[in-house]
Design a protein. Sequence first.
Length: 378
Amino acid sequence: MALKGVKVIEMAGLAPSPFAGLLLSDYGADVIRVDQIKPILSTNILARGKKSISVNLKKPEGIEIVKKLVKDADVIIEPFRPGVMERLGLGPDVLQSNNKKLIYARLSGYGQKGPMSQVAGHDINYVSMTGVLSKLGRAKEPPFPPINLLADFAGGSILCVMGIVMALYSRNTTGVGQVVDAALSDGAAYASSFLFSSQNQLPMMWAGGKRGCNVLDSGCPYYNTYRTLDNKYMAVGALEPQFFTALLAGLQLDSADLPPQVDFSKWHVLEAAFTEKFKTKTQQQWVEVFKEHDACVTPVLTFEEAANHPHNVERGMFLSNQGIPEPAPSPKLSATPPSANLNIPKLGEHTADILTTLGYDAETCQKFVESGIVTTGS
């Protein structure tokens, strides 16, 4: 696999950092998650393929264990507010002084510097501070957050991993690691670059002006979702003229009876016509109709339906982990393909083995357990 031989230490956290570790693990990295002794929330989401060592970071011996872990690591990922790792004695100055090749990845809400670096937040807050949330939602309704996909994962995990991989590549030349400052707010803005640049470069996309009145933000009748007879939905993305023509053909609508596609002032007429038409058939009936018309019209599938769709099955889009569908690693590499390890570690499951690898004897490991420095998952 592409990242075989890369050792990653993941300080346990929620959402962005576990997914960053998962991405690296799926492509062959050896990921060791440093868990708390008694975490408030489960850290076993996005945990497949990782090893778990449970360490008490309030004890000096626990800090020393982490230092030993990192001494020969390639990457460490930490998800805390700026300054937390420094106060633990695990900041980049300390760890990189003992391991000059270490890539020190820092995933935080607002970044390591700036007036808001110490402010708490969640995806909705980070996206709101970029200006992007002001563009999301339907007309005459409040801005609507896209679950926690944009800042936590697109702008956080994925861009952090891109930073890690670039730092690893740079290390081949320089011989030294570096700090990756991956702020969820910065990343959410960067992932939304098209929204910013298209304001001036593609003004026709924003002809409606207000939120929910434009081409891609639910204002456009041929880029929207429609309820079917069986209370399911179809997704329509017939932006280009040829697809719009095919859409009308599938719906059995005559263009002569409708306003032109690009007449923004009459979009409401098109929307009403499409809404009424889609109500006349079930979702599966519309699927059959649009097999004959290449119109960018697809069913809105549930998780279970998506996992069983023939195209997704053939592509291997989903894995089955204990009977539950999980997305498979993407992209697919031809020479060094990913291979997801579906094992989910128990808290501290690998503590004893990892301590042994670090040079601690059995007696010392037992004392660590008895004094609450580690737990072993037994």
